[in-house]
Design a protein around this ligand. Structure first.
Ligand code: MN
Length: 277
């Protein structure tokens, strides 16, 4: 495998503009054929938090966890903040094309910059108009959530106001449900919708929202990322927040992934292994 040689050397081949455009064309076709809700039934699924331009973290994780017998799921936010956004997203797209049924890339709010813009956005603001448009068109097609039959659902931010899992497949970019998934924060408070944070513009949700939607979807545990100041465990240890980028070093000192064994029912995060990468 070509990538192995690149990994050993610890560097990337430089990519030309034409190569990037070709990569984006292929990735766009692939994501157009994927459902917005990915249903996984593999024995072992590894979930990765925001990587935010932390190519070193992504390389380590791919090297350690991308195996034919497992599934590897990244929870979004591949670009901005860290030192190597372009390399990080291109590497992930290449790996996705090479391992379409082992690797899944969910959408974070940073992939939806063209839908709901934000600042700072060093990756997006550093692209010229043509590439910004192409990355936007491709990344807005990413899937939104992963569901597993042992009680786990995973997505970037907060749970969407849907009546059943299947409805996630019909969520449109920019809709209220899309914003709940990609932008939503959880607060350790009672209540359902707690308003929009005036400083960040992010919708805030409480334990009532969590319990109501999890009950509708018949799920026990949510695995998500997105909110670096959130406690790792909320709501009776049923809402697990993980981070996998050194771009969050002000909040956390370790990059973590969550390993779920599908052979056992997951009732709380005590049934999930947390590993440091
Ligand atoms: Mn995010």
């Amino acid at each position: 495998m070509l990538w192995d040689a690149q990994f050993q050397e610890g560097k990337f081949r430089p990519v030309t503009r034409e190569e990037i455009k070709e990569l984006l064309n292929k990735a766009e076709k692939m994501f157009a054929s994927e459902a917005k809700l990915i249903q996984l039934e593999s024995d072992r699924v590894i979930f990765v938090g925001d990587t935010h331009g932390d190519l070193e973290a992504t390389e380590k994780i791919i090297h350690k966890y991308l195996k034919p017998e497992d599934k590897l799921v990244f929870l979004g936010d591949y670009v901005d903040r860290g030192p190597a956004s372009l390399e990080n997203i291109n590497f992930l797209l290449e790996q996705k094309l090479e391992h379409p049924y082992s690797l899944y890339l969910l959408m974070g709010n940073h992939e939806g910059h063209a839908v709901v813009s934000f600042h700072p956005a060093d990756f997006w603001e550093g692209l010229d108009a043509e590439l910004r448009q192409r990355y936007s068109e491709v990344l807005v097609k990413l899937p939104l959530a992963v569901s597993m039959p042992n009680g786990v659902i995973a997505l970037h931010g907060a749970l969407p106001d849907v009546s059943d899992l299947e409805e996630i497949n019909r969520i449109e970019p920019g809709s209220a449900q899309w914003q709940q998934i990609t932008w939503g924060d959880w607060q350790e408070r009672k209540g359902k919708f707690l308003g929009i944070d005036p400083y960040t513009g992010r919708p805030q949700f409480g334990q009532g929202w969590f319990e109501e939607i999890m009950s509708r979807l018949d799920k026990n545990v949510l695995i998500r990322s997105h909110q670096p100041d959130a406690p790792p465990a909320m709501y009776d240890r049923r809402c697990l927040t993980i981070f996998t980028s050194s771009a969050y070093r002000h909040y956390i000192s370790e990059r973590t992934v969550a390993v779920v064994d599908l052979k056992k029912v997951v009732k709380s995060m005590d049934d999930i292994e947390i590993e440091i990468v």
